[in-house]
Design a protein around this ligand. Sequence first.
Ligand code: UDP
Length: 366
Amino acid sequence: MNILIVGAGLYGSICAYELGRQGHTCKVIEKREHIGGNVFTRYEEAADCHEHVYGAHIFHTNSEKIWNYVRQFADFNHYVNRVKVAHGDALYSFPINLLTLYQVFGTRTPEAARERLAAELVANDNPANMEEFCLSAIGPTLYTLFIEGYTAKQWGRHPRDMPAAAVKRLPVRFTFDDNYFNDRYQGIPVGGYTAIIEKMLERAEVETGVDFNADRDAWMRAYDLVIYTGALDAFFDYRLGTLEYRSLRFEREILPVRDFQGNAVINYTEQSVPWTRVIEHKHFDLSLKADKTLVTREYPAAWERGQIEYYPVNNDTNDGLYQRYRALADALGHKVHFGGRLAEYRYYDMHQIVGAALAFCSRVSA
Ligand code: UDP
């Protein structure tokens, strides 16, 4: 088949690789001037590291199959995400673990920590929003310290006006394990993510700086199958309304020090500090050799049409609108496939994208 893939992010690039391998001819068009979507990295010579240009991307998965799959494109280092939290003058271990509970409550054992926390909890069998969920799961002290301010900044609304889903990603542990993720496999590709995407796109013809939606009908006519990884509402010219996203703004700085903060990620959970995270990129590459360092401050931002989408805002209103767009998409039949974080309007991690793209490609060959 002659296949057009719209978007050179992770989903589209895996499709290009897999379908190319099956003998299909793939053309990839990408709106931005570079490939990789939001996993795009570039080498920063001054700090001798790869810059995660659209924010920190740490690969993690529980699936041996997905782990083996991505490692055919690069070696992965043994980076483990161990985030610290800055709040006022204090620094805390995070996600909430036995050390955090010691730092906040002074409890030294799992049993003492469990007891102390249990006394804090506000029982609620049916929490109606993120705040109620947090009060019932971690109590007011930890909620105020770690969740309330950060979430209000990140999502631009108070946790009491949000569903609990996003925060359920975060574990609470009664051990000293401070790994941000529970997955068996974790790491960062040596050489950056862009090199992986380049390999995935090896067999495809790639054009950047091309806006599919500006010339959609002509593109659609010219191919047997279109794989569209852009925003679903944009495909339908926003005719039912706009799906909401949350955006980010990054302030980058090269600093004349070898190590600025001693860690890749420090979260700033107070509402009065305008950024949510400070990323020091060289720690992702596990290399402190350069005598300079690259640091980015991550500021959550409102999103408007035409800007880069980061996080889908999966509340009832947006998910309902998405379903209505989905019905339009389904009516188009099999000639166009909608896949990936934007087209599926889901808060996907990278490993989920890999799994979804591979599942789709196996259906194409069948
Ligand atoms: N969160 C928080 N405090 C933190 C980190 C996360 O309240 O220090 C909440 C926040 O609502 C966030 C969600 O947990 O959106 C998921 O965080 P995660 O770090 O998984 O988000 P991502 O890395 O995808 O931005």
